[in-house]
Design a protein around this ligand. Structure first.
Ligand code: PMP
Length: 352
């Protein structure tokens, strides 16, 4: 530990992202990326944007893209949209904008492991709410006194989804604090809570272009909510960095929302492959948690998850293994192409 580190950095256990091996021969089912490329129109728009104008700063307020997203989701105006450099960056701003030290926030346990990291870094107290025996989010636990709420829907790494009715129940019980619904995986089967934002001024819906739009490498995330919430996040962002989205990212994101057909086709293909994979896994004795995401959470009664993880790795397949209590016999497997999943299933059959 360096004597130069500040107190903030000394006490933090940073988030560790999934492995990105340089060796391209691995089948990567470990970081929930999309197996399909982005729309050719997105790539073309990005090439066009990589021109001499790159010497100029991009628009700091991402106005055109925010208008485009507002229109896409049927919102009143662009002041209900905030753009971030990936939803991870945006979520960090959200923690700073809405949560306070001394007023514990709630999030599920198990969930996206970045939440406790942000909370620790910003000295925000938190109370993890254990999932129930079926790995479901216990809705009523979120009715208890709190300083704010955040959860992914579908949850990660379980893939389990809660209904808009349950989200409304949570919102009604928590009108004095912000409820953040992290919809990184919503396009793979769930219904977005964005339609609730006009009724609930304390609801913030966060989405990303990383998963369903095949743009993890571009770093574009966005939040939708009441103008007052968006202004709060802007206060944080404008106190840290003016230009969070570059010119190429802005052009690529715009083009993605313009190619609806490509988006729908890709998303449907991933869902179809997920359902086929689940069917086959059940046939060979796996427990599979029902998933509305582009990944599945699986366990085998006879072979330990750690062993399966290691042996898959030796066969050139990367999946995610969380060596944590309660889930140490589970693997999270991203949905790849049909061919990749076929290869994965064949490898599994040799292991178990
Ligand atoms: N939220 C959840 C639940 C996630 O799993 C991820 C991806 N790891 C993110 C947010 C962040 O995605 P990105 O920063 O690529 O938008």
């Amino acid at each position: 530990m360096s004597k130069y580190w500040s107190g903030l950095v000394r006490n933090i256990e940073p988030y560790v992202p999934g492995e990105q091996p340089k060796d391209k021969t691995y089948i990567k089912l470990n970081t929930n990326e999309n197996p399909y490329p982005p729309s050719p129109k997105v790539l073309e728009a990005m090439k066009q944007a990589a021109n001499e104008n790159i010497r100029l700063y991009p628009t700091p307020t991402c106005d055109e893209l925010r208008s485009c997203i507002a229109q896409y989701y049927g919102l009143t105006n662009k002041e209900q949209v905030f753009m971030g450099n990936g939803s991870d960056e945006l979520l960090a701003f959200v923690f700073l904008a809405f949560f306070n030290p001394g007023s514990p926030i709630l999030f599920p346990d198990i969930t996206y492991s970045f939440y406790p990291v942000y909370a620790s870094l910003f000295h925000i107290d938190y109370r993890p709410v254990p999932l129930d025996g079926n790995f479901s989010i216990p809705i009523k636990e979120f009715f208890k006194k709190n300083g704010g709420i955040i959860f992914p829907n579908p949850n990660a790494p379980t893939g389990k989804y809660i209904t808009l009715g349950s989200i409304e129940d949570i919102l009604k019980q928590n009108t004095n604090q912000v409820v953040v619904v992290d919809e990184a995986y919503i396009d793979f089967g769930g219904e977005s809570a964005v339609k609730l934002i006009n009724n609930y001024p304390n609801l913030l819906v966060v989405q990303t272009l990383s998963k369903s739009r095949s743009l993890a490498g571009l770093r574009v995330g966005f939040a939708m909510g009441h103008e007052d919430l968006i202004e709060g996040i802007n206060r944080v962002k404008n106190s840290i960095n003016s230009y969070t989205l570059d010119r190429v990212a802005l052009a690529g994101a715009m083009a993605s929302f313009a190619d609806e057909e490509y988006f729908q086709n890709t998303r449907r293909k991933v869902i179809a492959t997920r359902e086929k994979t689940i069917f086959r896994l059940l046939e060979i004795g796996f427990t599979v948690i029902p998933s509305q995401a582009n990944f599945i959470f699986i366990s085998h009664p006879l072979t330990s998850a750690g062993d399966i993880y290691q042996q898959l790795r030796e066969k050139g397949i990367l999946v995610r293994y969380f060596n944590k209590p309660r889930i140490d016999n589970f693997l999270r497997v991203s949905i790849g192409s049909d061919e990749e999943m076929e290869y994965f299933l064949k490898a599994l059959a040799e292991i178990i």
